[in-house]
Design a binder for this molecule. Sequence first.
Ligand code: NDP
Length: 478
Amino acid sequence: MPTFEYAPAPESRSIVSLRESYGLFINGEFSPSVDGRAFKTISPATEEVLAEVTEAGPADVDRAVTAARKAYEQTWSVMPGRERAKYLFRIARIVQERARELAVLESLDNGKPIRESRDVDIPLVAAHFFYHAGWADKLEYAGYGPAPRPLGVAGQVIPWNFPLLMLAWKIAPALACGNTVVLKPAETTPLTALAFAEICQQAGLPPGVVNIVTGAGETGRALVEHPGIDKVAFTGSTEVGKQIARACAPTRKKVTLELGGKAANIVFEDAPVDQAVEGIVNGIFFNQGHVCCAGSRLLVQESVYSEVLASLRRRLATLRLGDPLDKNTDVGAINSAAQLAKIRELSDVGEAEGAQRWSPPCELPVKGFWFPPTIFTGVSQAHRIAREEIFGPVLSVLTFRTPAEALEKANNTPYGLSAGVWTEKGSLILWMASRLRAGVVWANTFNKFDPTSPFGGYKESGYGREGGRHGLEAYLDV
Ligand code: NDP
């Protein structure tokens, strides 16, 4: 097959004006921390320092919760839904207007390819605000009683894999339902949340309705354990999710947790192979595999194993890894040195346990955090790479002979967030979908998201739903 050289096509970063340092966004204004600590956020592709960000301590979290409480009682919860909707529509439109800037900023701080931040993350952020704006004045028709009430102040903690999109998943429904929020973005990706704070100012959102406190895990802990919070929404690791569940158990706080996953992407022998291979690639190499619902376990029917693997290897050889701001890039940088170390460690364990590792020829940049797209074959269910979330561009391939075997293997995991089924038989899709213990099942596609569709897990993938009518329940007193 001929190989093509691509000339670089970098997106200009001049559209982003980074400040040297950022304060905390509390009560509608940026302010310094009470005890003045700060940390740096870097570009994972180059290790260049992008900006200095304030670390919120417990006193700052307390200030933010107090501001959110006041805004909840005096402004937001007493405002008619149709008025709240206007603000949400306004935010959605500003996100669209500033889409290019936000996409560049997200790729800079997170390392994801601009193609993904531009075409997936940011359009979905706007879509979530538009969708929830529509609900704000129709909550009495949502099926939760004639006059559903908001919960109060929501404490929200989000991860680094989809920084602005996870913010939208959390903030849009909370505000639509009449709650106010204090949100903590991940330590490694705070910049788009701070840009969102500016958007709140631009939209004239009343002070205190949205508060952004930057910091690390300790800031998150101070937030979720604060007695002034009525609702906790968390997306992140199962380990931290369990800690939060334990901390909130003796309180009246309502909790939703969106945690890890180890999804099976199941390819039957009658599936269109080329289409399935695109779905497999999208399932695990999209966003460098930093996706909780990633299709990280490929289950292939034995009769088509060789054909699917050969096709997958050919396709992987065409993926381009490199500068996240280059419009030709398919695979960007790993988000942090710590995450890279975790991916390396689990991949080494895979080899040590006897699985065969393969990556296409792929030159890695010298600076920054990089890992090549990787496939493991000869994987058994007992292997750690088949059981644990790697959260990187690493695919474990297993085989099966019958639908019953595929189902058993797919469900043999402590997680239950998502799954994919590839077959031409509608009856088999329905048979599998009704038996897979996964919150989302995609058929002949993968990683499709829509604000109207609820998302969430079973078992150690957490509880509660985000998105759709179901997602409103998490922010209403029902
Ligand atoms: P964490 O669960 O540690 O981080 C998620 C968020 O929670 C971050 O904002 C983090 O802050 C914050 N946090 C950390 N500790 C606490 C605490 N005790 N109380 C409240 N908030 C806290 O995930 P990591 O970033 O450490 O990633 C580790 C692994 O988790 C990954 O390798 C992956 O397997 C999984 N993961 C799953 C995600 C998903 O979407 N399901 C998303 C991210 C990770 P900070 O980042 O500043 O430390």
